[in-house]
Design a protein around this ligand. Structure first.
Ligand code: GLY
Length: 580
């Protein structure tokens, strides 16, 4: 039984009065400092297309073009998303994958919503303390790199489940472009060359066989990457279907790789893997309907919590990137991440109080101790319910002529996953086991903490932050969005939504705008390096600790506008939009 322990109506009234006074002060201080809303045109990169019929945005131009071609051949949004996912597995080894997992949110042109869970699972031989040393301390290396770090991949099963339910064109037609890219090769981008060079040492260290990713000289932009083994794996999938990955030669190659490298995944793990259809998280935010991913992703529930906590506040009046808006969103993020840590995990294994976590009165009470201009230390913010007795991911958005919208996020977790390339099969395995909580209090690679709810158990799915989302306006698709970024996925989607729905920013600016992030612990506001200095100064004066970090998110947005479709890729990567 769950009891709400924060119900202080009088305190709320006093806080509201204090809040209004503080907002006026903060708005005044913003007006005095034009840098607080510094223009970001100077560093905005336009990756926007306007089309009439269908559009695709993904992490790589070649993959987006594959998706557009499938739409033009008469495929629907699901067909295009599947083809893009297979193409990304070839042209974007950093995160595109066969050896990972993910989530798909699908809204049909007829108005129905679906979601598919193809999250990786812990192998049957996994156990709770498998990443603890003899002193009981978590050893991050074991869950982050090498053979022991991989969960049972779900991506191929996910594409087949989606295709069985919604696909129009034959599966082999959707995989063929990826086979051609792997077999003939393609010119790598400067960013991919940099990634492969940065991780060259890791590829040598964690692999038992040579791979297409390692060569003697450093990679440079324009080098042609040919992946013959991967092409053969893709052919087996195209010919044999799902069994071409989970059984037969590919499964044998994975098991042999595991044996050579000291991993625990077996052919039996692969055979037992199933993708699942789940109920999507659907809720109203003002005039919009938000459709997002439920457990085992925390993304949709947290989006409902955060937008629910935000709704009573007139944030659009505070101003985009104003200290008042940033502080309010920071405090909301802090509280939602505290709840995630305590309660969320694989719903097939743990009871998660979802209804209570998103209840309106609970969300109001959660903000009862929020004071404008004053940080609430994370140490004083524990999970809000009382119960008696923890980067590399990639997102793609598609819309087709019939109004079918697909939001698909997949991951191998870290850049190039576990860095293990399956010998003879040519694909990289995930290091998703690090998304479990190895031990309460031991942070994962994103600094996320966890409790029993997200502890390791055989066949359990590790908690995710992936937030593929579709937004409806007047019951019709309005936005299709999502992003990679580990724990920052949730706050990136949250900010992009607020930027568009509340601050009315054009989609490209909403995506390109520098972001901030708070995840309860560590008690810091992370900001991208372009973040306005004046806002940082004001937040620091309030008592917040602000730390600069690398890029936050790579958000792919499709927006339905009066004149048609606007598709926007993020400036932070090679992301690109294609359409017709
Ligand atoms: N591996 C990132 C996530 O699933 O949240």
């Amino acid at each position: 039984m769950f009891i709400n322990r924060l119900t202080r109506p009088k305190l709320i009234l006093v806080k509201k009065i204090l809040f209004l006074v503080s907002i006026l002060c903060l708005l005044y201080s913003c007006k005095e400092d034009s840098r607080a809303t510094a223009p970001f045109d100077s560093y905005s990169v336009a990756k926007k297309i306007r089309v009439d019929k269908g559009a695709v945005v993904s992490a790589h131009p070649l993959a987006s073009e594959v998706g557009r071609d499938i739409l033009m051949q008469g495929g629907n949004a699901v067909d295009a998303a599947i083809a893009v996912q297979y193409a990304l597995a070839v042209v974007y080894p950093n995160a595109g994958n066969l050896g990972g997992g993910g989530f798909m949110v699908f809204h049909t042109g007829e108005g129905e919503s679906y979601s598919i869970d193809f999250r990786e699972k812990a192998p049957l031989r996994a156990h709770k303390d498998m990443y603890l040393d003899s002193l009981g301390d978590a050893v991050p290396e074991w869950s982050r790199n090498g053979h022991l770090a991989s969960g049972v991949p779900g991506t191929v099963a996910g594409t087949f489940l989606a295709h069985r339910k919604f696909g129009k064109l034959p599966m082999d037609q959707l995989i063929r472009p990826a086979i051609a890219l792997a077999e003939r090769g393609f010119a790598i981008t400067e960013r991919e060359a940099g990634g492969l060079n940065n991780y060259a040492e890791d590829f040598r260290k964690y692999n038992t066989r040579g791979s297409a990713f390692v060569k003697e000289k450093a990679w440079k932009a324009g080098d042609v990457l040919v992946q013959k083994d991967l092409a053969e794996t893709l052919k087996r999938i195209a010919v044999q279907g799902q069994a071409g990955f989970y059984e037969g030669k590919t499964a044998e190659l994975i098991e042999e790789e595991m044996k050579r490298g000291g991993g625990i995944m077996t052919a039996e793990d692969l055979k037992q893997y199933e993708a699942r259809e789940r109920e999507p998280v659907t809720f109203k935010y003002k005039d919009y309907t938000i459709i997002s991913m439920g457990l085992p992703s925390s993304g949709g529930i947290m989006m409902q919590q955060m937008l629910g906590m935000l709704e009573p506040y007139p944030i659009s009046e505070y101003g985009f990137h104003s200290p008042a808006a940033i502080q309010l969103m920071t405090e909301i993020e802090r509280r939602a991440f505290a709840d995630r840590t305590e309660y969320m995990g694989d719903p097939d294994f743990v009871e998660v109080p979802v209804a209570e976590l998103v209840e309106k009165s609970y969300l109001e009470s959660r903000m009862a101790d929020f004071t404008p201009g004053v940080p609430t230390p994370s140490a004083e913010v524990s999970a809000g319910l009382m119960v008696k007795e923890k980067e590399e991911t990639t997102h793609l958005s598609v819309i087709d002529e019939e109004g079918n919208a697909v939001s698909l996020t997949t991951t191998i977790n870290g850049a190039y996953g576990s860095r293990v390339v399956v010998g003879g099969a040519g694909f990289i395995l995930n290091n998703e086991m690090d998304d479990f909580s190895a031990k309460p209090g031991a942070p994962n690679k994103f600094g996320l903490l966890g409790t029993e709810a997200n502890s390791i158990q055989p066949s359990k799915r590790m908690l995710s932050a992936m937030t593929p989302t579709v937004v409806l306006k007047n019951d019709k698709p309005y936005l299709v969005l999502g992003t990679p970024g580990g724990s920052t996925i949730i706050t990136s989607v949250f900010q992009t939504l607020v930027n568009i729905l509340e601050f009315d920013l054009p989609a490209q600016k909403a995506v390109n705008a520098p972001k901030f992030h708070h995840q309860w612990q560590p008690d810091l506001i992370y900001v991208e390096k372009e973040f306005p200095q004046a806002a940082i100064d004001t937040l620091e004066a309030m008592g917040y600790v602000v730390e600069e970090r690398r890029a936050i998110g790579r958000t792919e947005v499709i927006k339905i506008i009066e004149q048609g479709i606007e598709a926007v890729g993020d400036r932070r990567g090679d992301d690109s939009a294609a359409g017709y």
